[in-house]
Each structure stands twice: as structure tokens, then as C-alpha cells.
Design a protein around this ligand. Structure first.
Ligand SMILES: Cc1cc2nc3c(=O)[nH]c(=O)nc-3n(C[C@H](O)[C@H](O)[C@H](O)COP(=O)(O)OP(=O)(O)OC[C@H]3O[C@@H](n4cnc5c(N)ncnc54)[C@H](O)[C@@H]3O)c2cc1C
Length: 258
């Protein structure tokens, strides 16, 4: 069985972000890049399935990113993925959800898969739209927000998190799932894993390799602005807890929040 995990390479959460005013894109060079944290959970889910399935199951990473960032994937290879593919092409820069998902779907067709596992959200773009859109492009069942996965025969069983609990769902493979953080904490890479990762393959595909050329994003960023500065906080001085609680209650009631 071949499991493919989609991994976005994102700026480190603590890195200072800057938008290029001309291209209106996030400047991704010159800042620390990391694996999208949610995708580490997707990889953890894949490695758990691999351990249960046996040795002929492989886990391949797929990332659409600048080729210059591909070494960032070594961490995921050290965690236990078998190999990686980077889809990289200057023409893909500036991709929106529609273009990203269409390109990843084409790459998945080229690579081949039985199961695709995605993170639920990218730390930077944060639309959460890519997994469902890939499933649509490939005509696959899409099980989103899964907190537990199990392969039984030719099917995948998933528990989907909802606001009030979870749904138990099943569908035939091939399929696509996206996972929540409840699948389990991503494992640390062992020393053996780190050493072994150095020899693992990171292949590169271009737009023409996957028959994905002359496409354009369907959305256009019109403008952007920093969030408004915070207004000054109101400080309440209270002589005791009861007076403080009363002041908080009055504050909330004024705003019709209680
Ligand atoms: C006009 C416009 C231009 C944009 N230009 C860029 C750009 O140049 N670069 C850019 O990164 N974003 C760009 N974006 C943001 C872009 O919409 C998203 O980054 C991208 O489409 C993925 O969506 P997301 O980040 O919201 O992913 P989500 O839907 O939040 O991601 C969910 C999951 O999908 C998978 N996934 C998402 N993206 C990738 C990827 N690239 N490779 C592998 N797996 C992935 C991961 O498993 C992730 O956890 C642009 C957006 C607009 C509107």
C-alpha cells in the first residue's frame, strides 16, 4: 500500500513575516521554514498505519514548494517517511487554493497512491480548503477532520471529529483523509532516523512533468492591511474579589455579553 502525505513548507511561526507590496505575496526567502505543524500529525497518522499494515506499506511526502526549501523535508524523512517528492515550478508561485489543489492532484496521479493524508490546515494560508479540493479533483471520497484511522481490507475507517462528538465513517480505498491533532503527538526523530534520512530520496517534479501548464489562479488578492492597533485596555481597580467580580459583570452586561 502506498500512503502519500501532503506537507506544506511554511514560515516558522515566530519568524517576522513581510508581504511584498508589489506581488502582494508573503516573502518566503530569508526566513526560517518549517514543516507545517498540522502536517506532522498527518505524517504521524500515516506512520501509525504503516506500522500496523506491515513492511510493504510505504509513506511518501508530497510538497508543492520552492525547490530551494526541499531540505526542510529531511525532518519528516527522519521521522520515518520513506521518500519525498517536491512539486516545484516558477509558474506555480502565487497559486491559490484552486491552483494548489489542482496541481497537487495532478502530482498524486503521477506518483500513484492508495491513501492520501493531509493536515487539516496550513499555518500560513489557513483556508483549510486544499484537502477537500484535492479529493474533488481526483473524484475520491474525502474524509475530513479524522481523529482516528484504521485500514480494514480495502477500506478505511475513520472517526470524524464534530462539535458534539465524532462520527464513525468508512469508505473504500483509494481515498483522501485530513486529520486533526487528536490522531496522536508527532513522534521525535531518532538518531538512527536522522542518519537514515540523509540517504532518502527527495525527487523533484515540474509542471510539465505532471502535464500542468498555462494555469492561472482563480482568485486575486486586491489589498491587504495589518490588523488594527489594539485600543487601550480598561483597568479596573477593586479593593476585593467581590467588587472586582461586580465590575467585570457590569462591564459584560454593558456590552450585552451576559
Ligand atoms: C492570489 C493568491 C496568491 C497566493 N500565493 C501563494 C503562494 O505563492 N504560496 C503559497 O504558499 N500560498 C499562496 N497563497 C495562499 C494559498 O491560497 C494557499 O497557501 C494555498 O492555496 C494552500 O492553501 P492553504 O495554505 O490555505 O492550505 P490549507 O487548505 O489550509 O491546507 C490544508 C492542508 O493541505 C495541504 N497543503 C496545502 N498546501 C500545500 C502545499 N503547497 N504542498 C503540500 N500540501 C499542501 C497540507 O496537508 C495542509 O495541512 C495565495 C493565495 C491567494 C489568494
Amino acid at each position: 500500500m502506498r500512503i502519500v502525505v501532503t506537507v506544506k513548507l511554511v514560515p516558522d511561526l515566530n519568524a517576522e513575516k513581510r508581504i511584498d507590496p508589489t506581488t502582494k505575496r508573503l516573502v518566503r526567502t530569508g526566513m526560517e521554514t518549517v514543516l507545517n505543524p498540522y502536517d506532522e500529525y498527518a505524517l504521524e497518522a500515516a506512520l501509525q498505519l504503516k506500522a500496523k499494515q506491515g513492511d510493504d506499506t510505504t509513506v511518501t511526502l508530497l510538497s508543492m514548494a520552492s525547490e530551494s526549501l526541499k531540505e526542510t523535508l529531511r525532518k519528516a524523512l527522519a521521522m520515518g517517511a520513506d521518500d519525498a517528492v517536491v512539486l516545484s515550478d516558477d509558474a506555480l508561485a502565487g497559486s491559490d487554493v484552486a491552483m494548489t489543489s489542482a496541481a497537487l492532484a495532478q502530482a498524486l496521479k503521477k506518483i500513484g497512491f492508495d491513501l492520501v493524508i493531509c493536515g487539516g490546515l496550513a499555518d500560513d494560508g489557513s483556508t483549510g480548503g486544499v484537502p477537500g479540493a484535492i479529493a474533488e479533483h481526483l473524484g475520491l471520497p474525502g474524509l475530513t477532520n479524522a481523529r482516528h484511522l484504521e485500514i480494514v481490507g480495502g477500506t478505511i475507517k475513520a472517526q470524524r471529529e464534530t462539535d458534539s462528538g465524532y462520527q464513525a465513517v468508512t469508505c473504500p480505498l483509494p481515498a483522501l483523509v485530513s486529520v486533526t491533532m487528536a490522531v496522536g503527538e508527532p513522534r521525535y526523530a531518532s538518531l538512527k532516523g536522522i542518519m537514515g534520512a540523509k540517504k532518502k530520496t527527495i525527487a523533484t517534479l515540474s509542471g510539465s512533468d505532471i502535464g500542468f501548464e498555462n494555469r492561472a489562479p482563480k482568485t486575486e488578492l486586491l489589498s491587504f492591511a495589518p490588523p488594527p492597533a489594539r485600543t487601550k485596555a480598561r483597568i479596573v481597580e477593586a479593593s476585593d474579589g467581590a467588587t472586582g467580580a461586580r465590575a467585570i459583570f457590569d462591564f459584560l452586561r454593558e456590552r450585552k455579553l451576559v
